[in-house]
Design a protein around this ligand. Structure first.
Ligand code: NAD
Length: 494
């Protein structure tokens, strides 16, 4: 039965939304956690308060399923058919999934419907279609031997997800990991587990064996840590903060040296050179800075602009900010919803005060909209005169505050852009091809977009340099490298 967004909003009002553990053959009596929406801080339902015991049960069933081969032993063509059915079901239920992400994360419904879910669906189709087109290699040997280089699934994979793009991050990890034949255990963020629960239910409906895909909901310190430390998990693919990413390296080091892939935070620069087409750049700069309330790992939170064009650029940005409506994200006209939770709201808000104290100049915004819902709404805000010493320049805010710094020379622009511990994404604007070629190479980031803001698309690998993460990439055919291991089979002719 198809469920409309209005029905999800109504169920949220009645506190009826639920995300539980899904572990084949395991009767768990897990306690529940209350689930509040950031929209107005009302109770929308419950999620399972998973435990280390639940993780252990999920790992056992994942391992036995991997060994017995009901998923890992299928041919790529067979897995592809099931994955395609799953993609079709997700497409069919996309309105329901979009509405779940909207109420769970406070994301604007228009973006959930028009961006997150289409990207999620495309990811599932793309990996389903790709899986029977992957080839191994043969080494250049003499006639007496043959070296086959083959890629095999790793085994039991943990996918630990953040809350900012719940359905999409699920897709980025789970689609390639399952497509190559692994057994996958998903740990969604405790703040946003609803769409993950439905996606796993739809996977079972499509025919993915239950043992090949489990869901364990609950707190990071309980479920996430148990997964990170479990001796029979072969790898964890993690997306989240750099701080928690470090913990996963520790869990691995102190347990079974499981492989860890980290996709972490960022403090991405947007550089505008004097020769940029400013009018064309404005919508991109705005999207990079404020899309998804700036709760976006690749958020272009530092605007580095040539001093000669700063004034007109800031005037145009100030006008553009006015068209980004702050309000209830269930309203189709709204672009800026609430911060995800109170603690995060307080952290973002603290940058409003500290930036003024440290010498930043408020250009536009700067106010908390305590009159709206939960009160965790912050206007899109721009601060000028931000220097590299200031905390707004250095820290990932994950909220709608853009830091503006000006430069005189190209070298200075590159130095400022690279003056960060992160290296996830960057964008820059120039109409001079020589400058474009030069600067694109000198900026230290996993994705550098020119004359626009982009994370690439499903065909291109996504991931960062430095403290933005390492170990593998999401998206593109490169994602398969995360979830496979390379084996050499050496044939000798006597
Ligand atoms: P987070 O690190 O707080 O949480 C991420 C996941 O880790 C959640 O599932 C959480 O439950 C779990 N976790 C939390 N504490 C844990 C612990 N002690 N042990 C084990 N697991 C634990 O991140 P978040 O706040 O959900 O997401 C925001 C962060 O994610 C930002 O830093 C953002 O830049 C990053 N992010 C990165 C990418 C990327 O592709 N590079 C994409 C989206 C988000």
């Amino acid at each position: 039965m198809l469920i409309t967004k209005e029905q999800i909003f109504e169920r949220a009002k009645q506190s009826q939304l639920w995300a539980g553990n899904l572990i084949a053959g395991y009767q768990n009596h897990t306690a529940k956690l209350k689930n509040y929406t950031p929209i107005d801080n009302s109770l929308i339902g419950y999620i399972a308060d998973g435990s280390a015991q639940d993780v252990h049960a999920a790992v056992n069933v994942a391992r036995s399923t991997f060994q017995e081969g009901s998923w890992s032993g299928l041919s790529p063509q067979e897995r592809k058919q099931v994955m395609l059915r799953w993609a079709q079901l997700i497409e069919k239920h996309s309105e329901e999934l979009a509405a779940l992400d909207c109420v769970d994360a406070g994301k604007p419904i228009t973006e959930c419907l028009n961006t997150d879910l289409p990207a999620t669906i495309e990811t599932f189709y793309w990996y389903a279609e790709a899986i029977d087109k992957l080839f191994g290699k043969i080494a250049p040997t003499g006639n007496q031997e043959m070296g086959l280089i083959v890629h095999e699934p790793i085994g039991v994979v943990g996918a630990v997800l953040p809350w900012n793009f719940p359905a999409q991050m699920f897709a980025w990890k789970v689609a390639p990991a399952l497509a190559v034949g692994n057994s996958v255990i998903v740990k969604p963020a405790e703040l946003t587990s609803l769409s993950a629960y439905r996606l796993v239910e739809l996977a079972y409906e499509a025919g993915i064996p239950k043992g090949a895909l489990s869901l364990v909901c609950g707190l990071g310190e309980k479920v996430g840590e148990a997964l990170g430390r479990h001796p029979d998990v072969d790898m964890v693919s993690f997306t989240g903060s750099t701080e928690v990413g470090r913990l996963f390296l520790k869990y691995s080091a102190e347990s079974n040296l499981k492989e860890i892939v980290l996709e972490c935070g960022g403090k991405s620069p947007q550089v505008v050179f004097e020769d940029a087409d400013i009018d064309a750049a404005i919508p991109h700069i705005m999207a990079a800075a404020f899309w998804n309330m700036s709760e976006n790992c690749s958020c272009g939170s530092r605007l580095i602009v040539h001093e000669n064009i700063k004034k007109p650029l800031l005037e145009k940005l100030t006008k553009a900010v006015a068209s980004w409506q702050v309000g209830n994200p269930m309203d189709a006209a709204v672009s800026i919803g609430p911060m995800i939770e109170q603690a995060h709201f307080e952290k973002v808000k603290s940058f409003l005060d500290s930036t003024i104290k440290e010498g930043g100049k408020l250009v536009v915004g700067g106010k908390v909209r305590s009159d709206l819902g939960s009160g965790w709404y912050i206007e899109p805000t721009i601060f000028d005169a931000v220097t590299p010493e200031m905390s707004l320049f250095r820290h990932e805010v994950f909220g709608p505050i853009l830091a503006v710094t000006s430069f005189k020379t190209d070298d200075e622009a590159v130095t400022l852009a690279n003056d960060t511990h992160y290296g996830l994404a960057a964008s820059f604007y120039s109409q001079n091809i020589h400058r474009v070629m030069n600067i694109a190479r000198r900026i230290n980031a996993g994705t550098v977009s020119v004359n626009g803001f982009s994370e690439g698309n499903i065909t291109t690998p996504f991931g960062g340099f430095r403290q933005s993460g390492f170990g593998g990439k999401d998206n593109g055919l490169e994602a398969f490298e995360q979830y496979t291991q390379t084996k050499v089979i050496w044939l000798i002719n006597h």
